[in-house]
Design a protein around this ligand. Structure first.
Ligand code: KG4
Ligand code: ZN
Length: 333
């Protein structure tokens, strides 16, 4: 019955969660507002904000779960990938607690944890399953054989899906992060109003940089003819951009499902909060006889509950880390 504290600090969310035997008892996330004015995450400011938030966030997670530090069976933290300065804050904090309490330490891979977020609530996917993991920094097709054995079978060769959303939003003058706002406006627009190109990338890899350029030229062209084009057509533009990003993602997911014959299909990562992607997956699932899953909204964007769950499975396998372990910005699987 392991009782675990997990810490996530890979980007601009400082998060802590407690889980007991795979059940989430608390899940606290402090989203750093400081980056909004810069239109993107500023690494140095992220590290400083993590240092300010980490003690109150961990305290709140402990209190909400009604747990004392001495009761913990292990401490887990995101070891990779992410911003190195940001990762260091969570790593150092976790190592210090583990050392002070003489408890085991567990390292977690952030992208594997996004996939494992699908195992938090019921119904859970059965192994092996496919997971389309789409976040601000990554776009991956993952074949999960167990909670701790996964392989990446496709990924983006340039921008991530979340970046495609955020950069498109920036071109439209929307604040950072613009992905959720595109989702909101898209609900009131016509997804077929404008047609953006679908890149022809072989295999299971993705590309989004061409789409970004196409959107830039599209906006410039229309604004020359009508300076208030964005204002006049914002819902239609957002719906059309979202429709194309979703179709690029789902077409590759379909290809992966056909090639592997797997019919248990999941989404994960911040972009899996997108309503167009969720609906699109459900429709495709009905058409092809798949069982489809996506995490509850709080477990899509960065959080520590998914870190705790991933750590739970490593705890069961007694996969502990040495106290001297350090984080890494980039990490293979
Ligand atoms: O997983 P996440 O919280 O952080 C990373 O590990 O990168 O993902 C953040 C990304 C951002 O690009 C954000 O715009 C996008 O997820 N996102 C969305 C939505 N909610 C979050 N994109 C489209 N629609 C949404 N509803
Ligand atoms: Zn993430």
């Amino acid at each position: 019955m392991p009782l675990l504290l997990a810490i996530e600090s890979s980007c601009d969310e400082t998060a802590a969660a407690i889980c007991k035997d795979g059940q989430v008892l608390s899940n606290i996330v402090a989203t750093q507002k400081v980056h909004e004015q810069y239109g993107g995450v500023v690494p140095e400011l992220a590290s400083r904000a993590h240092m300010q938030h980490i003690v109150p966030v961990v305290d709140q997670a402990m209190q909400q779960a009604g747990v004392a530090l001495e009761e913990l069976d292990a401490i887990a933290f995101t070891q990779a990938p992410g911003l190195i300065g940001a990762l260091l804050v969570g790593a150092q904090f976790a190592r210090s607690i583990a050392l002070a309490l003489n408890k085991p330490l567990i390292t977690v891979h952030h992208m594997q944890a996004h996939v494992v977020a699908n195992l938090i609530d019921d119904p859970k996917p059965r192994f092996p399953f496919l997971c389309l993991t789409v976040s601000g920094g990554h776009t991956q097709l993952v074949l999960a054989e167990s909670p701790t054995t996964m392989k990446v079978i496709g990924e983006t060769i340039d921008d991530a899906a979340g970046e495609a959303f955020d950069k498109s939003a920036k071109l439209l003058g929307l604040p950072y992060p613009g992905g959720p706002l595109i989702d909101v406006y898209a609900k009131k627009g016509n997804p077929k109003a404008f047609r953006f190109p679908e890149p022809q990338i072989p295999g299971l890899n993705f590309s989004f940089s061409g789409l970004k350029t196409a959107i830039l030229y599209f906006i410039q062209e229309h604004q020359q003819a009508n300076p208030s084009f964005i204002q006049d057509r914002l819902p239609d533009i957002c719906a059309s951009i979202q429709d194309r990003i979703v179709s690029i993602l789902l077409n590759k997911l379909k290809k992966a499902a056909f090639e592997t014959g797997i019919k248990e299909i999941c989404l994960a990562g911040g972009v899996s909060a997108n309503s167009g992607l969720r609906n699109g997956l459900e429709q495709m699932g009905k058409k092809y006889g798949w069982k489809t899953y996506y995490p509850a909204l709080p477990y899509c964007t960065d959080n520590a509950a998914m870190i705790a769950l991933a750590a739970y499975y490593k705890f069961l396998g007694k996969d502990f880390a040495d106290l001297s372990v350090t984080p890494t910005a980039r990490a293979g699987w």
